[in-house]
Design a protein around this ligand. Structure first.
Ligand code: SAM
Length: 271
């Protein structure tokens, strides 16, 4: 049985609508913090600090930690709990609507971490990918199924829009699994820690990243259909005939490189 760190758990009633599952396993907390390796001077941001299970050890290494928490009650609790850390900054608000560039201090890139609320983890990752150029690394706790999707290979059942866009921007490293018993309340699913390392220069660069995103979204909305079908709204039949790709393929077998090449070819002849 994991040993709970009772000092950081209060009688706050976990709110399901905010995806609140609090970490209570000291060994897992230590393992996550070791993987993050926070240092004094880092531009470190924690999303969803909750009752501070990760926040406290992060602050011990990086006193200028900034956090974003949606729950007003928890925001008040955290302000009180960490008032002795003069450089600690809490932003009460929705991480999905937060402009992460506001957290930049000087030239150092952002480091973003969090045991993310599972109900919004996919849109949140898409939101954060917009800042990839200003971020050196991200460490997240997610449902294991979402980590599998992030790290999937072409042809895998979970390979999709999230996979392609995350792997376009970042190197994806699944780190370790976290069992349900490490949380209170106990979730129904397995969790896992993933490290995302944004590329300074993507290995395959899209000339029009917005088009790439649109293309990937359209393809995976109809993952069972062929490319010929999914690409109808992107090119005329004549243009499609000139593309250097087999149009009878399904999108789920295309690599990130294939998607980028396809997007770059389509960008040369916009409709
Ligand atoms: N970090 C804490 C821990 O590990 O024990 C709590 C993690 S809990 C899974 C997710 C946290 O994200 C909760 O504190 C929740 O209130 C917060 N949260 C939920 N939605 C949010 C949002 N849109 N923006 C910022 N924080 C959010």
């Amino acid at each position: 049985m994991p040993k709970p760190r009772h000092a950081d758990l209060t009688d706050h009633k976990a709110r399901k609508r905010f995806g609140q599952n609090f970490l209570v396993d000291d060994n897992i907390i230590d393992k996550i913090v070791a993987a993050i390796h926070p240092k004094d001077g880092d531009n470190l941001i924690e999303i969803g600090p909750g009752q501070g299970a990760l926040t406290r050890p992060l602050l011990e290494h990086c006193p200028q930690l900034q956090v974003v928490e949606l729950d007003r009650d928890l925001a008040a609790l955290l302000t009180d709990k960490f008032h002795s850390y003069a450089d600690f900054k809490l932003h009460q608000g929705d991480a999905l609507k937060t402009d992460f560039l506001q957290f930049k201090r000087g030239e150092a890139p952002l480091r973003i971490v969090g045991n993310l609320p599972y109900n919004i983890s996919t849109p949140l990752i898409f939101h954060l990918l917009n800042y990839a150029g200003n971020v050196s690394d991200m460490h997240f706790m997610l449902q294991k199924e979402v980590v599998d999707r992030l790290a999937a290979a072409p042809g895998d059942k979970t390979y999709g829009r999230l996979t392609v866009m995350a792997q376009y921007h970042c190197q994806v490293e699944p780190l370790f699994i976290v069992p349900p018993g490490s949380f209170h309340p106990t979730p129904k699913v397995q969790s896992a820690i993933v490290r995302l390392l944004p590329y300074k220069q993507p290995p395959y660069a899209a000339t029009d990243p917005k088009l790439l995103h649109k293309l990937v979204s359209a393809c995976f909305q109809q993952r069972r259909k062929t490319l010929r079908n999914s690409l109808k709204h992107f090119a005329t039949a004549e243009q499609l005939a000139t593309l250097e790709i087999d149009l009878s393929l399904r999108p789920e077998v295309l690599t990130v490189k294939d998607f980028v090449e396809l997007s770059n070819q389509l960008a040369m002849h916009p409709l």
